[in-house]
Design a protein around this ligand. Structure first.
Ligand code: AMP
Length: 293
């Protein structure tokens, strides 16, 4: 049996694997898997004997006007692809299994959840922290693998594991990109053909800021302006283009000078989807560099 529908089946599969002396890795997803997710699963398999993937579209992390009802659901294909990439099984609970009647506990992520997406998606990171805490409680001691595409989410999850003393090691994997540099995302499926071609402005914007950084620019306002100029023309609205401390996510003000490493993160709204992307200046490769991904 490689699909667990019930929380207790998932818990006991992970715990049996550990009893057999296997190292357990866990890759949480919302499904509609693409090459980015598959890279996480392959990396998990390289580091562990038993790899559990979860596919759960978590309602508590969606705002009232967000895309919960239209979020793509492709479970059968997700299971086949997960197994092919090295997963031992897939946990695919329904909503009532994760949030049964009477469920009332929520995990509030602190400071790290406040800037960037936290300003524009109230309650989002509380939903993320809550579901990840539930999933970690079921998985038990493991290596949990997340993507750096959702950089702030990765930071929230690291803080969650640390602050609640959870027996989980959190690993972040670099963003997997399409040939033209666009970060892979389940939400790219929403884009019309013309939006999809325009979306290349996002990796171009990050790349332009990286080029300026490499040429010696360290003023936050100038670096942000470089990126913003490229995404503004394709966006219905820009939620943010910000430079932030890569560990604390404290936003670096336009007048400030960055050090040798900082997160450049953005979120823009296109007609059919809200897209996010980021790079760490001073650490990540150029998103337009084909060989790097
Ligand atoms: P999601 O299904 O969008 O919730 O994503 C599940 C996991 O896959 C999260 O840890 C994401 O950060 C990661 N992920 C999504 N897209 C990518 C990508 N393009 N590259 C690397 N990881 C990704």
């Amino acid at each position: 049996m490689s699909v667990w529908r019930e929380p207790e089946q998932f818990r006991s599969a992970c715990s049996s694997a550990r009893k057999d002396g296997q190292r357990v890795a866990f890759v949480p997803t919302m499904g509609a898997l693409h090459e980015g997710h598959l890279k996480l699963i392959r990396e998990a398999r390289r580091r562990a004997d038993f790899v559990a993937v979860s596919v759960f579209v978590n309602p508590t992390q969606f705002g009232a006007n967000e895309d919960l009802s239209r979020y793509p659901r492709t479970l059968e294909k997700d299971v086949a692809q997960s197994l092919e990439a090295g997963a031992s099984g897939v946990f695919a609970p329904d909503t009532a299994a994760m949030y049964p009647p009477g469920d009332c506990t929520r995990v509030r992520a602190g400071q790290i959840a406040e800037p960037l997406c936290g300003q524009f998606r109230p309650g989002h990171f509380e939903g993320v922290a809550t579901v990840v805490a539930k999933l970690f409680a079921l998985a038990g001691p493991c290596l949990a693998v997340f993507g750096r595409k959702d950089y702030q989410q990765l930071c929230v999850v690291r803080a969650l594991a640390r602050d609640l003393f959870l027996p989980v090691e959190v690993l972040g994997i670099p963003t997997v990109r399409e040939k033209d540099g666009l970060a892979m995302s389940s939400r790219n499926a929403y884009l019309s053909a013309s939006e999809r071609s325009a979306a290349v402005a996002i990796p171009r914007a990050l790349s332009a800021a990286l080029q300026a950084f490499r040429a010696g620019e360290r003023n936050a306002g100038a670096l942000v302006a470089k990126a913003r100029a490229l995404v503004e023309p394709i966006a219905v609205s820009v939620d943010y283009v910000s430079l932030a401390d890569a560990d604390t996510l404290r936003v670096i003000e336009p007048s400030e000078t960055m050090g040798e490493r900082a997160l450049l993160a953005l979120a823009i709204r296109m007609p059919s989807a809200r897209l996010i992307d980021n790079i760490v200046l001073g650490e990540d490769s150029d998103p337009l560099d084909q060989d790097a991904h």
